[in-house]
Design a protein around this ligand. Sequence first.
Ligand SMILES: *Cc1c(COP(=O)(O)O)cnc(C)c1O
Length: 361
Amino acid sequence: MSRAFNFSAGPATLPEVVLRQAQAEMLEFGDAGASIVEMSHRGPEFIAVASQAEADLRQLLSIPEDYAVLFTAGGATTIQALLPLNFAAPGQRADYVVTGHWGKTAIKQASHCIDARVAASGEADGFTSIPAREGWQLGADAAYVHITDNETIHGVQFAAAPETGDVPLFADFSSSIASAPLDVRKYGLIYAGAQKNLGPVGISVVIVRRDLLQRPGQPRADIFNYASLAARDSMLNTPPTWNWYLLGLTVRWMLEQGGVEHFAALNARKAAAVYQAIDGSGGFYRNAVDPAVRSVMNIPFFLPDDTLNARFVAQAKAAGLLALKGHKAVGGIRASLYNAMPLAGAQALAAFMADFQQHNG
Ligand SMILES: *Cc1c(COP(=O)(O)O)cnc(C)c1O
């Protein structure tokens, strides 16, 4: 068996030790006589797995006690649709700062039931920068301000949490959660689909200040009610147990590696290796994002033409560097460097880029 370096944007690479442990426990979990996927979510084995995952995630991200942690089925897009139902009154204003594709998705999910406003947008410059905070059109009566911490497709990332005064800040951290320390208290709500940095697709995490769960929101089925979900430990119905288990293994691995401080330092080195390969190429490789807000997790870049983009992707794959094709919305190349990507992977990509340029530049 040979595992290549996988630069997929999501579902993304997972630590090999996590996959090996899951493989070893697939047939029998401990001495339970059955796999974790075959057991009741109300049984002691799974309850222990679930609560350990929450405890570990709380430790990893330093989540204060007055924040609830929800584990939800479905993806980040599902959460984007549920935010207005849970935290805004019908027709109430909410402000969206759109810095790329996922910010646009977020506002689209909300527009049919609230007054979702574009408070600022980076679209005019092709989402290569983040509009200055001074220019944001925020309403004091907004239910929340929504940002995308890291735009997975456009490669634009907030360098710090913006101030939003008394209006709570809601942030999509799908592709950047646990990549570096974060101050949870700066946010009213943080959410992330797991398949970028936390584990497998099929489960997501919502970290929400408990007082916000008191908001009446809008008429909705109980299964979509985050207050009910919090009251029942995310088990109103059968949760995605296998995904929750794998998420728990991944979070535990991150703690064992040294936590978010370790990953912040490692991720900075990985990103620097690839950005240096771009910036040092004399224009052969191009990334147009404002250096102050370049993403540490997802690096989109372009070769001089589409023929070269395609050749690059094909030859990289043959060299054991997988899934480098850019998202169809922007084209080109994209390298995703989540926590489970080792430094050697980023270095191998940088070396391949130099070699490819020598033969094709
Ligand atoms: C991947 C991604 C999403 C969408 O996630 P799904 O699980 O496919 O719904 C939303 N926001 C960001 C920032 C993402 O990276």
